[in-house]
Design a protein around this ligand. Sequence first.
Ligand code: ADP
Ligand code: ZN
Length: 803
Amino acid sequence: MTVASVVVDVKNLSVDRPFDYLVPPEWEGLIEPGMRVIVPFGSRKVQGFVVSLKEKAEREQLKAIIEPMDEQPVLTEELLELGEWLSENTLCLKIAAFQAMLPAALKVNYEKYLVPAGGNPGEDPGYFRELFQNRDKIGWDEALRLVEKGALYRGIREGLLRVEYRIKSKGTVRKETYYVPAVPKESFSEKRASLPKTARKQLEIADFYLEHFHAHSAAELRERFPQFSGPVNALIRKGMLKKEEREQYRDPYEHQAVEPSRPHPLTPEQEEAVRPVRRAIESGEPDVFLLYGVTGSGKTEVYMHAIRQVLEKGKEAIVLVPEIALTPQMVARFKSRFGDKVAVLHSGLSAGEKYDEWRKIQRKEVQVAVGARSAVFAPFENLGIIIIDEEHETTYKQEETPRYHARDVAIRRAQSHRCPVILGSATPSLESFARAKKGVYKLLKLEKRMNNMPLPSVEIVDMRKEMHAGNRLMFSRLLMEKMKDRLERGEQTVLLLNRRGYATFLLCRGCGYTMVCPNCEVTLTYHKVSDTVKCHYCGYEGSAPKRCPACGGEHIRYFGTGTQKVEEELKKLFPEARVIRMDVDTTRRKGSHEKLLKDFYEGKGDILLGTQMIAKGLDFPNITLVGVLSADIGLNMPDFRAGERTFQLLTQVSGRAGRHRLPGEVVIQTYAPDHYSVKLARDYRFLDFYRHEMNMRKRGNYPPYYYLVLIVVTHENAMTAAKIIHQIASFLRGRLDERTIVLGPGASPISRLNNKYRYQLLIKYKRDPNLFPALKQISRLFIKEQTKDGVGIHIDVNPYSLL
Ligand code: ADP
Ligand code: ZN
């Protein structure tokens, strides 16, 4: 008899191993490793993954599988093995690793259907035809009531039936408040005439309506008249306006057809870079290449040449990009080169759409997958290359379980498939560059920009001096002068507001009170549009107080610089300039990101103002000026990578200027003009930056000299969390190698999050065979507390956030 080993969906370390189940005779031969099944577990029915099958002669007392969930495996043998590896290396449950490799749609509610698959009509058993009775599909449950399960599965196997899923729609309708004229224009105008002269706001709004006599949304009014609700309500009372809730349709993102493009003949420099990659593709060497090439040096073209070779060999390629919504141009280039061979795992797609793309891969209808981090799990079976663009980006590290880094997963998969990996960047991570220098990775270089233009010249402005000279604006005189010049010449400017770990917040000038999230001890961010304060960690939202909650004073104001505030100042300085603002608020809607970029590309804006999201991927010919408004934000964060991130950001954003015929200029404003990251970024001295930063890392015992493990314990009660972290610390002492360093334990920099106190310790190690066994034991030993008491124990191997 056949026995299946099944990893069950029960999130508990004590059952983190396969359990044996009998394969019932009717599914003999139909159940395979990599399929999901429903099995009895205790008194429950749970989902599980079949990881292997074995034949057993003797009868054992085993429970049987209840039913399979898939008609073909959702995980290949290779991905099952990768799951084991993930669970070992990131210390997560096997079930969590398996689930992370599948599209979200396979985790949420879906409806399962059967459709006729148009097999050989001669073999079509009558009862399948009867099953459908002229319908084009039938619900799975109904089919089960009509036909024996085993027969359905055989029908599926023989290609007569096919299973389809449809995501149950969430059915949310967006509503928005509108204020509509309540009377015809003439009587509106009469009523306006009888408004008291003192009601200035009401008069202003009434005049606005007379000029634009139609419905206006609350959002629009709020933008024009910040304190609109009092006067508008007065106009409603006077019978001039009425309030209506209208349905708001989501703007469906229109996929433009992309023009097919032909490969460019490579330049000699590109040719030299691609040659070793070609050799590795030919010989099936799982080499890792670090393609270090300045911005605009033609890295993407090199990727595409390598991919073409892979496709010619009948193999497949994965391309990872940091965050796909931010790189529409990149996606368009792959689509235009490889057409319908490309599946895009786009973060802007709905769960259902993503699932459709995933199935194209599973059914081998496409050979190239372009996507963000999780696309590294694309279920290809014949991989010929994996490419990670902008390999230094931190979005490649997943910050929740399983806490994997896409680079590690890519290298592991490449070893299984015996294919090369290309890591590309103009500012490689220190880890990767150090490995390339040691020869672990192979270094490829592109030193020239395609257009043979020099990199844009960068000037640093010391904002302290601006202040002393009496300029209290956010713009230095130099930047203003250059912007004015671009406006006159009809060229475009990109303005970057670096606001990592920094945003607008409320501060009482009287007593110094700042508003902190009641759950998280994190400063709340002020949002002007809605006049609310929000917590970016837990989602807490409240209305902004008019008076200081602490001292009752009226001088509570918002501080810091948000993109909206910059936009306001820009409008005052350059009333004629057309500004396109791109931040979380203006890009929330699906497709809005692409639309704003397209507008800018088509010249519908003079200035593109945005946060980090504009630093990447833009390749627009008319951008000749880049301004960075606050380069040093983040340098003071308790993060050993702060300098590296600043260097990378400044280099990336500078690379947006002067990519085509027109030369580019960059102005960086900062309060820390002497910081090495700022100075070296100005001169594009990556190698010097690398040396300097490596010295710092060496002195601080940080990566790449040491590896890190961060352990965080969270609990509602500070004492409980502190007690457990101390127990963990004393457990580790004596068990670890003597060269391994344990820092802490102590309170986390963010000491409270989501109503839970946080304590942590940081382990630094080089080689320590005892560490992972000890970490696993920690999970086991402390598991009781974790499940019993709401204690959270998080172990992050190679953490990116130390907060
Ligand atoms: P990177 O990815 O390094 O920033 P890109 O691949 O985007 O650089 O190249 C910059 C520009 O040069 C793009 O517009 C691209 O189409 C063009 N380009 C790249 N390689 C070639 C080539 N061999 N011949 C002509 N144009 C090229
Ligand atoms: Zn919060």
